[in-house]
Design a protein around this ligand. Structure first.
Ligand code: HEM
Length: 457
């Protein structure tokens, strides 16, 4: 037990007027949620323009995600909100098209392939260390900016064998940030059917920014198609995906379809990992004893050698730290589905077309499921009780057939980057700067996460 209770947003008062709720919702979705969501099995939200059911009961989650996922497709609101960037990517499609896309994509993310792209992840981690060495040791550093850059670097290197310093990669990164700035309310918008006072999901600015990203991704995929045709393509994730035929139909992705997929790998693969790493580093800074244990494990595991894929198995505590951070700060705080048919949940009729919200944020801090739910305690993962509870109540990567494609990839990336960073640096919190979690595209800190970074001696 560490006794550390890291920042948690203040829930709203039990009773709030419609306008108060709306006001809070605009500011931050977390603050607009009532405290009872941390104890309830299901909560119904009815507003004049919207009806949703947040489900926390493991049996209900299992129905939606594992047993009958076809009856609970991705909400059209999510698709509409992301269309200009993602087109028909695997993240937003449903039914047969989605199944076919997963058949083509999944082989690229199998365990063996992750081992093959490990050297690219390692290069990205070494580049991050070199970059961070140039930072001042006295001035606090905004850590999300750093982790965002390293996660983007990992994606570019593993997908297209190019570093973030490459001209097209860095331009994509910059344009992508511009896109995100036009979509500050994306998550909120995806969860509610928005009334007029929320800016349009597809503002002209958003569409323009998305188009700029897609032009660059299109260049990358078209030149890769050429290299594949010439027989000179590098053996990375893009080549693997673009040369994998659907085992059922024999179809390959067209270049245009591949642009949609690359857009989601970039979006889902870098924002999420950046958020996870930033919060993990904050937790380690706030809990120096745990940070020392990670540093010790890393020293014992690979001392002066360069870390290899197989050495990751020598870092069980580092892995548990990352797992625990994903429990407290799941990068994707909420997921939304729509029920195709009328359903009966907890004796209530849920009309077809309702929004079914699943909230890893609330589930993973649920007071009736977790012991000391708000405490940061990586050692809890050693107990059978936690592992048993996690089967039902831990889903940072979602669950069932629609589970995150990159879950295995992200766990390797997270543990590697964490081990490398803690091996080379010490992280300290800054007095008076406690980050406040907010639900943006992923869980971020309202005004950033500032830490002091010193070389570890
Ligand atoms: C810590 C890192 C990550 C977390 C916490 C995470 C979490 C998630 C979650 C919760 C979903 C399901 C969303 C929903 O159903 O609404 C998802 C889907 C997805 N993720 Fe991740 N993800 C991470 C990293 C990655 C990486 C590294 C990649 C790829 C390089 C990736 C690719 C995807 C894709 C393609 C989907 C869509 C799957 C589908 O709908 O069939 N993710 N992720």
């Amino acid at each position: 037990m560490t006794g550390l209770i890291p920042p948690k947003p203040k829930p709203r008062a039990a009773r709030a007027s419609f306008f108060r709720h709306a006001q809070l919702f605009r500011k931050d979705i977390f603050q607009s949620q009532p405290a009872r969501l941390y104890r309830a099995w299901m909560a119904e939200f009815k507003l004049p323009f919207y009806k949703s059911y947040t489900i926390n009961q493991p049996e209900l989650l299992s129905i939606v995600l594992r047993k009958r996922p076809d009856d609970f497709p991705k909400s059209e609101i999510v698709t509409a909100a992301l269309f200009s960037l993602l087109g028909k990517s695997v993240f937003v499609t449903n039914g047969e098209l989605w199944k076919k896309q997963r058949r083509i994509i999944d082989p690229a993310f199998e365990g063996g392939r992750i081992k093959e792209v490990f050297p690219s992840m390692l290069e990205a981690s070494n580049a991050a260390i070199a970059r961070m060495r140039t930072l001042s040791t006295d001035t606090p550093v905004e850590i999300e900016e750093q982790t965002s850059q390293m996660a983007a670097d990992v994606i570019f290197r593993t997908l297209f064998s190019i570093p973030i310093t490459d001209a097209i990669a860095s331009e994509t990164f910059v344009k992508f940030k511009a896109y995100q700035r036009t979509q500050p309310l994306l998550n909120v918008a995806a969860i509610l059917k928005m009334p007029r006072w929320i800016p349009s999901l597809q503002s002209r600015k958003t569409k323009k920014a998305a188009q700029a990203v897609r032009v660059l991704l299109s260049d990358l995929t078209h030149s890769r198609a050429q290299l594949i045709a010439d027989g000179t393509a590098p053996d990375d994730l893009a080549t693997k995906i673009m040369t994998t035929a659907d085992p059922e139909t024999g179809d390959l992705f067209t270049s245009e379809e591949m642009v949609d997929q690359v857009a989601i790998f970039f979006l889902a693969g870098h924002e999420t990992s950046a958020s996870a790493l930033a919060w993990t580093l904050y937790l380690l800074a706030a809990d120096p004893d745990t940070q020392s244990r990670v540093a010790q494990e890393v020293r014992d595991g690979f001392a002066d050698e360069e870390i290899t894929f197989s050495m990751l198995s020598k870092l069980p505590f580092t892995r548990d730290v990352f797992r625990e951070a994903l429990r407290l700060y799941p990068p994707v705080p909420m997921m939304v589905r729509e029920n195709k048919n009328n359903e009966v949940f907890r004796n209530r009729i849920i009309k077809a077309g309702s929004q079914i919200v699943m909230s890893p944020w609330h589930l993973q801090r649920h007071e009736r499921l977790w012991d000391r739910p708000d405490e940061f305690d990586p050692d809890r993962w050693k107990t059978e009780a936690t592992r048993k509870c996690a089967r039902d109540a831990y889903m940072p990567f979602s669950a069932g057939p629609r589970v995150c494609t990159g879950a295995g990839f992200a766990m390797v990336e997270g543990v590697l980057l964490l081990a490398q960073l803690v091996k080379h640096f010490e992280f300290e919190t800054v007095a008076g700067k406690v980050p406040v979690p907010v639900a943006h595209l992923t869980v971020r800190a309202k005004d950033g996460i500032f830490l002091k970074i010193k070389p570890r001696v």
